[in-house]
Design a protein around this ligand. Structure first.
Ligand SMILES: Cc1cc2nc3c(=O)[nH]c(=O)nc-3n(C[C@H](O)[C@H](O)[C@H](O)COP(=O)(O)OP(=O)(O)OC[C@H]3O[C@@H](n4cnc5c(N)ncnc54)[C@H](O)[C@@H]3O)c2cc1C
Length: 237
């Protein structure tokens, strides 16, 4: 599995629901308690929160995780990766730099690891990207609007995007995109997101990660076999 370095990739957890674990625990407790909201809040000690989270996560009562949201500011990733990211439809919101309204002036191209490791191929790859970009610039200079000229832009062109996901959507996203079967760039990005949400809400995301981190590998004969490293039988064979 090639892992690229993506030197310009920036992933920042910009903000999140205050006390996300307490909020989720409160939602879980409320479902099964006759107490008022004020009484429930008063009983939410750290150990109570920890106990409730343990319970909901082990039961798979993931709907309560929807009450905590996390917003990321992401830049220096390719259009390939933003396209894969925006395929996630549920519990996710996106705002992406517009190629219709923003005229690209100083292009940066993300070079995938299989090419970046080969200096000759890397140079060739960048040349092809520059040629496409030169066509874009030429058309814009001739008066073509950038929303039409942009059809020439390569998918390697950097983009930036703000993403907000709730806790449940993040768990699902990490299952798919921290998996070794996901493409390298989005996996690197997802792992950076996971590291940061773990700092903000350690228990909530303790077991988050690729599907094989918490259950069977869904990849069948395409499995990377990582589940075997854990020494238990969570694969399909
Ligand atoms: C390794 C990998 C390879 C991929 N290859 C391809 C590919 O070749 N071609 C391609 O088009 N995509 C591909 N994808 C993208 C994939 O098909 C999904 O679009 C993407 O991962 C988002 O996942 P999702 O639909 O589960 O997430 P979300 O859109 O966030 O949905 C979350 C969950 O909600 C439920 N849900 C959402 N919408 C509906 C609905 N309309 N009806 C019923 N239930 C719904 C499902 O349970 C779904 O899992 C690939 C993804 C991965 C990780």
């Amino acid at each position: 599995m090639k892992v690229g370095s993506y030197p310009r990739m920036q992933v920042e957890l910009l903000s999140h629901t205050p006390e996300p674990e307490r909020v989720v625990a409160l939602a879980a407790r409320l479902c099964y308690s006759p107490r008022t909201g004020k009484e429930l809040k008063e009983e939410m000690t750290p150990s109570r929160v920890a106990g409730l989270l343990e319970k909901v996560l082990s039961m798979g009562h993931y709907s309560v995780l929807e009450h905590a949201t996390f917003s990321f500011l992401i830049s220096g990733i390719s259009r390939v990766t933003t396209h894969q990211l925006v395929r996630h439809r549920i519990g996710c919101s996106f705002s992406q730099k517009s190629q219709r309204y923003v005229r690209e002036k100083e292009p940066y191209f993300v070079v995938p690891p299989g090419i970046a490791g080969n200096p000759e191929k890397k140079e060739e790859f960048i040349q092809f990207c520059r040629q496409s970009f030169a066509g874009y610039c030429q058309l814009v200079e001739q008066g073509v609007h950038q929303e039409q000229a942009r059809y020439l832009l390569p998918q390697a062109l950097e983009s930036s995007i703000m993403v907000t996901m709730n806790g449940r959507a993040l768990h699902h996203f990490f299952q798919l995109r921290c998996c070794n079967r996901a493409q390298d760039e989005i996996r690197v990005m997802a792992e950076k997101m996971l590291t940061q949400v773990r700092e903000a809400a350690p228990q909530l995301f303790q077991k988050a990660g690729p599907a094989c981190a918490s259950g069977p590998c869904p990849e069948g004969d395409k499995s990377c076999g990582r589940y075997r490293e854990k020494g238990d039988d969570l694969g399909n064979d």
